[in-house]
Design a protein around this ligand. Sequence first.
Ligand SMILES: CC(C)(COP(=O)(O)OP(=O)(O)OC[C@H]1O[C@@H](n2cnc3c(N)ncnc32)[C@H](O)[C@@H]1OP(=O)(O)O)[C@@H](O)C(=O)NCCC(=O)NCCS
Length: 170
Amino acid sequence: MQIRQEVFDDRAGIYAVTHAAFSKDDHLVEPMEVGLVQQLFECDGYSPTFSLVATNDKTVIAHVIATWGTIDGKHKLLGLGPLVVAPEFQSKGAGTALMQAIADRAESEHVAGIVLLGDTGYYKRFGYEPAMARGIFPSEPAWGDNFMVRVFNERALPTGRYRYAAPYGC
Ligand SMILES: CC(C)(COP(=O)(O)OP(=O)(O)OC[C@H]1O[C@@H](n2cnc3c(N)ncnc32)[C@H](O)[C@@H]1OP(=O)(O)O)[C@@H](O)C(=O)NCCC(=O)NCCS
């Protein structure tokens, strides 16, 4: 398995993996996450630096993206998601490898923190903690502790209400 920054030719593979990862019973129904990723690639918050793929024999098997959202409309902060692993490669460490790789990128780019909405049981192993305890509030209060932040630079971390990049609509 190799981890690298996404290039344009990876897009079809990324959409296929996103579709497979989020498909429930009916694979003919396109999960909303496919359209979300397509829109994230086109939005102002997109930066290729924070879109990484895992490949196996040059085939995309997993993808993670973080895009720039804002705190109180003025301070930039990365929001992570979706993170997807092709079903046949799940529970083999690809998700973990991508989460570590994007954290390494964030640190080398001097990013203050990354927020995400997800399963606390999965993401706390990567250093994510409830964002509200750090003064970062979600647009949807019901997200509660599932809205998490990984802090890289405490002193530079903005506080206030977070809004994801526009395609999220929240
Ligand atoms: C969630 C997901 C990204 C994890 O990636 P992965 O490569 O399968 O996971 P890893 O191999 O790195 O880690 C496996 C561990 O994660 C746990 N795990 C996997 N999915 C989980 C979930 N949804 N909730 C909690 N824990 C989860 C496994 O139980 C395993 O735990 P263990 O190490 O204690 O045995 C992947 O399963 C996936 O793509 N799921 C469908 C899409 C999705 O839900 N994405 C996340 C929301 S955007």
